[in-house]
Design a protein around this ligand. Structure first.
Ligand code: DX5
Ligand code: ZN
Length: 235
């Protein structure tokens, strides 16, 4: 992965739920890097979505990396089943548990990637202690719970600050501290999720994000290949 590589993960929440497999395949054929699957429990956020069976169904229909974003309390209770269903990365919320470090460690022990998500109102200083303990930081750019919301511009400074902290501490992919020649290891992934289109993608990339989730913009586009490209290389 080159320094500037931007990965795109369409959020299946915006797809047609009567054909989750076909929708995932459609994004794979359009050049997506992963499928982002939102799991909500009706408590941590006021919405209900998909569960492990849907993850398994998506897994059967695409070769893509499955990026599972769980907006649930007690994240630990769901990890095993999600991994059995084919999750390649599980990203849970900092705000949902007091056992953040234990859960990150457990997910990694299961040989998949561990991501940590932060709601818009959570201070960027909270991110600091976990940068070398996870594989991805997800900075929510809307309040979690629903697709189709407006991007929160205030989150750009949080993205910038997180990238600066990573650079200062020389933390690269896998949360590794690379003292000698840090550029030789790919950058640490900062993911953004919520209200991402070609305009907001540009601002996020400029601020230091390199992993973009997008639902409404990609699934409603008549030309998903061009739409994915417009996120990867916004004008
Ligand atoms: C919101 C979800 C997002 C959502 C993004 O809670 O985490 O993944 O599906 O959808 P858009 O791109 O429509 O904001
Ligand atoms: Zn999400």
């Amino acid at each position: 992965m080159s320094e500037n590589q931007i990965l795109i993960a369409p959020s299946i929440l915006a797809g047609d739920f009567s054909k989750l497999g076909d929708e995932s395949k459609r994004m794979e054929q359009a050049g997506a890097d992963a499928i982002h699957i939102d799991i909500m429990d009706g408590h941590f956020v006021k919405n209900l979505t998909l569960g492990p069976k849907a993850v398994a169904a998506i897994n059967r229909s695409t070769e893509l990396f499955l990026d599972v974003h769980i907006m649930v309390y007690n994240p630990f209770d769901y990890i095993e089943r999600l991994i059995e269903s084919g999750a390649n990365r599980i990203t849970f919320h900092f705000e949902a548990t007091e056992d953040v470090e234990e859960i990150l460690e457990y997910i990694r022990k299961c040989n998949i990637e561990a991501g940590l998500a932060f709601c818009p109102e959570t201070s960027p200083t909270m991110v600091t202690s976990f940068l070398d303990k996870c594989d991805l930081i997800l900075l929510m750019t809307v309040h979690p719970g629903f697709g189709g919301q407006k991007f929160l511009d205030d989150m750009l400074s949080k993205i910038k600050l997180t990238r600066e902290m990573l650079d200062t501490r020389k933390i690269r992919r896998g949360g590794k501290v690379v003292e000698e020649n840090p550029q030789s290891v790919p950058p640490f992934p900062i993911q953004v999720d919520g209200g991402i289109d070609d305009q907001t993608a540009k601002k996020c990339i400029e601020s230091g994000a390199n992993n973009l989730v997008s639902g409404t913009y990609l699934f409603k586009s008549p030309d998903p290949r061009a739409a994915i490209e417009s996120l990867r290389n916004p004008l």
